[in-house]
Ligand binder design. Sequence first.
Ligand SMILES: CCc1cc(N2CCCCCC2)n2ncc(-c3ccc(F)cc3)c2n1
Length: 248
Amino acid sequence: MATAKGSKVKLDLSRIPAHIAIIMDGNGRWAKRRFLPRVAGHKQGMQNVKTITKAASRLGVKVLTLYAFSTENWKRPGSEVNYLMRLPVDFFNDFMPDLIKENVKVEVMGELTDLPEPTRQASEKAMADTANNTGMILNFALNYGGRDELVHAAQKLAKQVQEGTLKPEEIDDSRFSSALMTGFLGPMADPDLLIRTSGELRISNFLLWQIAYSELVFVDDYWPDFSPAALESAIADYQARDRRFGGL
Ligand SMILES: CCc1cc(N2CCCCCC2)n2ncc(-c3ccc(F)cc3)c2n1
């Protein structure tokens, strides 16, 4: 078994999960514990996105989906939302050369039309500038909600039936998966491994259809403290499980 260099755990590099999704939670509590403002946690959290992106890419992960902003996050104080909405701009200003060097392809999924113009433009430019990259897909969920995604998929398919281009009996798992925001990922749309940081044991309206058979790993680290070693440990947990996909 080939193992990751310098790793504390023995990873089978031939069984790295193709698609890892992460709920990056605990940024505000990370700051509070250090008597810093919440936005300091978000800033450190963004730095850690860069660290974990590189670590996942180098381990051979094919898709890394990160829950950056949920449809419910608009309820936060205006000053915090304004700060958060600038992070994608800062991320790409700082990290685009590294993303190009890592051959990472950026995707951003969610209700992007509701975002501030600079946030949406930075996301669209990053997707355009990395469109020809063939390495890991870094897929940000931005202004994303799982129920919102299911409703939009149902509406899309209902419209096709109404237009006469689709029969109701033709709507099956595959057709529904293709109608979701993760449809562009094809056979890799469903995460093999979902990680949530900060000790919370909730799914929080994330990838509700896609995680039907995902392995779930909950870690106590706050997101800013979630290290490449912690990622490898979560992957080792995944590799130690015996996935049955509903079978015996
Ligand atoms: C819009 C809210 C938000 C918050 C945020 N945080 C704060 C909370 C979560 C922890 C990570 C740091 N990050 N980190 C990267 C992005 C990002 C999103 C899209 C994109 F195309 C490029 C980068 C980000 N976006």
